[in-house]
Design a protein around this ligand. Sequence first.
Ligand code: XLS
Ligand code: NI
Ligand code: NI
Length: 441
Amino acid sequence: MKKTRSHWSVPTIAYEGPGATNALAFRHYNPDELIDGKTMSAHMRFSIAYWHSFRGTGSDPFGPGTILRPWEKGTDAVSIAKVRMDAAFEFFQKIRAPFWCFHDRDIAPEGSTLAQSNKNLDAIVAHAKDLQKATGVKLLWGTANLFSNPRFMCGASTNPDAHVFAYAAAQVKQAIDVTKLLGGENYVFWGGREGYETLLNTNLKREQDHLAAFLHMAVDYAKSIGFKGQFLIEPKPKEPTKHQYDFDVASGIAFLRTYGLESHFKFNIETNHATLAGHTFQHEIEVAAAQNMLGSIDANAGDLLLGWDTDQFNTDVKELTLAMTSILRAGGLGSGGFNFDAKLRRPSIDADDLFHAHIGGMDAYALAFKLARKILADGKFESFVADRYASFDTGFGQDIEQRRIGFKELNKLVLGKLGEPKPKSGKQEYLENLLNTYLHD
Ligand code: XLS
Ligand code: NI
Ligand code: NI
């Protein structure tokens, strides 16, 4: 492969430690540092989201793009897509991210027919394969964009028109094919328009049945071609639709179990989607982990004063430390990773803003990872919680957990020797202060 010219004047980001004064350096993310025999790069599995970082222009419903990249010029869309991808892989390397993620339509232009779109995608995927080989950057997950094109305005697999369902199936078939070709470790389903605007025109039961049929077809197809990547559902309650069927992790679990899909899917949890659903990020992680269905993370943050998916870079060390504690306690993300599904603010138009954004996100996650490891190693919260439930470890408590006892026996116990339970403090303020000793001392 010929050496392409550099697209970024910013050099490769180095780790300079917590005392660094250089703003374009890592303070906490040291990709080569060995922790428990594994590099931090391998622990964190950071990934760059192609759609935001290389297709996002800063446009919003009130105005056009503000972020102009020098490679976005020319007339041939496929040639531009190749140069853009060169710039992207150079960025992945400079920011020290071992993974990337994409939607089919992010990387290659859509043609006037599906055959033309497939052809464009194949051409760009061949280029991506070369770049992956040359740089060592790997694919965390692939996905299909089933929400931008007007044909999907009433949904993809939940569209009332079977023709649109068929089109979406054909598109996902190709997206799984190319994800496999690029060695993708996961494949994501985010049902952006799999929901409704009004129940006046919607048969909710049929739409849910169709979504399940679609996912079963995807499972069957992946098996038929030997794609071994993990399938992930990415819940989101709303936006762009008023109501999305995979509202949150809990409703996603219920959906998967209802339709016999639970053994084939895990969850890709996005911070801002959790808060839109009225949950904390940590809550969604805990609900997935409780069912052994924690798959991957879309790392971003919302704005608590705004009710939409603002996709900001997350620098909230407290929120991330809580999340990391739950993730590590659950045994980590397996084939998943932390994908920066986050975008620059509209006025952040300089090239180095993309570096500052990712440095901030990576450093906050890396610091949270280190703090969470310390919290778990000290075990103070763990032993507090274990003590809190200790009455279920022996005697009638254990009989309850093991379902060896019923209402009659418990009634007899309470009327007899047990009597009135003694109140015990939940000690929330003590625990909040304890958490702060890790964050600030
Ligand atoms: C949108 C979603 C989307 C998915 C991939 O809110 O986060 O970007 O991650 O389709
Ligand atoms: Ni996402
Ligand atoms: Ni999102």
